[in-house]
Design a protein around this ligand. Structure first.
Ligand SMILES: [Zn+2]
Length: 196
């Protein structure tokens, strides 16, 4: 268990170091050459699972300065979970023995904004709103940036949903096989900051 906690901390540090390079405009773009393509052709060993928003401004490999085969990424508008997303996370943890799951929200998330504003949305977009809605009830009144508060509440809620998901993830978390953390990406600087 202690080994996994240490592994998760090391992976988180690698991600944050990569984000610092990206913020500082000194990305090294690792693991993106022909040798890497060949190296991972027959098998992947990603080190982290990222559940992020589909927003085109927040591609995990770019903002963490990682490359091919490094990150197992699940992206869905509003970085919410449903059974398909949970299944993807479970698959990756079990198949690749990944010690870290990061839920990554971001500033000015369109899906979260629409939920906050109760926007009229077409078709299946309403499913996203319903998934985000419970997070809004956790936001305290009186803040000066209700959308950002909702983004953070939504990350916190999603982290909890993953940690308590039965029958598998709750057990893996309890056993210390995986750490689940939450973070927020700032669109102005490109910086990732921990939320939970
Ligand atoms: Zn978004």
């Amino acid at each position: 268990m202690d080994q996994t906690i240490a592994a998760a901390a090391a992976v988180l540090q690698m991600l944050m170091d990569g984000n610092q390079r990206y913020v500082d405009k000194r990305s090294t773009h690792p693991h993106q050459d022909a040798a890497r393509i060949h190296e991972i052709a027959l098998g992947q060993h990603p080190v982290a699972i990222i559940l992020g928003c589909s927003d085109s401004r927040v591609p995990p490999e770019v903002i963490f300065d990682h490359g091919l085969g490094d990150l197992f990424v699940v992206r869905v508008a509003g970085n919410v979970v449903d059974d398909v997303v949970l299944g993807s996370i479970e698959y990756a943890i079990v198949s690749f023995d990944i010690p870290l799951v990061m839920v990554l929200g971001h500033e000015r998330c369109g899906a979260v904004s629409a939920a906050v504003k109760h926007s009229q949305v077409p078709g299946h977009v309403s499913t996203l709103m319903l998934a985000i809605q419970p997070a809004l009830e956790r936001v305290k009144e009186g803040g000066n940036n209700p959308i950002d508060a909702a983004v953070i509440a939504n990350v916190e809620m999603t982290v909890e949903e993953i940690k308590t998901s039965e029958p598998l993830l709750a057990k893996l978390v309890k056993q210390g096989r995986v750490q689940v953390v939450g973070a927020r990406y700032d669109l102005e600087q490109g910086r990732v900051e921990m939320v939970v």
